[in-house]
Design a protein around this ligand. Structure first.
Ligand code: GUN
Length: 293
């Protein structure tokens, strides 16, 4: 059966918009998210446009700060300093990847962790890993929300995470193993150096694929009745599309879907949940309910 991330994300956006209405009725300010976008990478342009549109749908104010790809690291650090000190901005993100002459880690660490709605700052990552309130990075948070809303049992489940990125794989593994529901799973993280990856996957009750390799997860890697979460969003050339490409997941959907109990489509699965999790984090930032003033 299909996990409908688009529908769940629309439901959550409506819930957020209602909360914003009641905040405004109480005389509170409108939540405000800023996004910093460097250069013109097609994927980043699309993601940021979706984030700005989601802000409108949730009743948030949004600000886009753009730079060409020759921006210096110091110019970006100065911008972050301004955003950190701007009392109207509740949270902000710097869209990744950044040009190679800029240290992503230096940029991430310059962000005030109380405004780090991406959950990339080491303080948020560290707090998440020991189960303290924090901003959780959006893709793993969105996947946890899908598992919760579809009542997918995770306690004691064998969960395989494919990929070990700081943005998805590592936080995903941390959340799935935490003593919580959803969570409480027995987690294995597989990556480029893993041996017997097919065999490990075939024992899993839940497979979360976040490698960025179209069609990597094939039907022989999936146990009958397993849940499959596809985080892949690789652009592959497609001359039948106006854009010239389509998004491809990490899962061979056509052959895997008949075998599993639950599966996320691409697009319309994890992607919309990532955006809505960022909106939820922005609402938390505006309400100061993770980090009280
Ligand atoms: N690049 C890919 N995913 C993300 C994300 O969630 N946040 C930011 N800032 N950049 C990204």
């Amino acid at each position: 059966m299909l996990i409908d991330g688009k529908k769940i994300s629309d439901d959550i956006k409506r819930e957020i918009a209602q909360t914003v209405e009641s905040m405004l009725a109480q005389g509170k300010k409108r939540p405000h998210l800023a996004a910093v976008l460097v250069g013109h990478d097609g994927g980043s342009e699309t993601y940021v446009a979706h984030k700005i549109k989601a802000c409108e749908q949730c009743g948030f104010k949004s600000t886009l700060v753009r730079f060409e790809s020759d921006v210096t690291e110091q110019q970006l650090l100065d911008t972050i300093d301004k955003l950190n000190n701007d009392n109207d901005i509740d949270g902000f993100i710097v869209q990744l990847p950044l040009p190679r002459h800029i240290s992503e880690q230096k940029i991430i660490e310059a962000i005030d962790y109380r405004k780090d709605v991406d959950g990339f700052h080491p303080i948020n990552v560290g707090r998440m890993s020991i189960g303290l309130p924090c901003f959780v990075s959006a893709t793993p948070a969105g996947i946890m929300e899908l598992l919760a809303r579809y009542n997918i049992s995770t306690k004691g489940a064998r969960c395989v995470v494919l990929g070990r990125s700081n943005i998805v794989g590592k936080p995903m593994a941390t959340l799935m193993m935490q003593k919580h529901n959803p969570g409480d799973a027995t987690v294995t993280v597989c990556h480029s150096a893993t041996k017997d990856i097919k065999k490990i996957c075939a024992e899993a009750d839940i497979v979360i694929a976040a490698l960025g390799q179209p069609g990597f997860v094939t039907e022989d890697m999936i146990k009958p009745g397993a849940t499959v979460i596809d985080v892949g969003t690789t652009r592959v050339p497609d001359s039948t599309r106006k854009s010239g490409f389509r998004l491809s997941g990490d899962v061979d959907f056509a052959n895997v879907e008949p075998k599993c109990s639950w599966i996320t489509p691409v697009p319309g699965g994890v992607g919309p949940m990532t955006i809505v999790s960022l909106m939820k984090n922005t609402l938390h930032a505006a309400c100061h309910d993770i980090y009280p003033e």
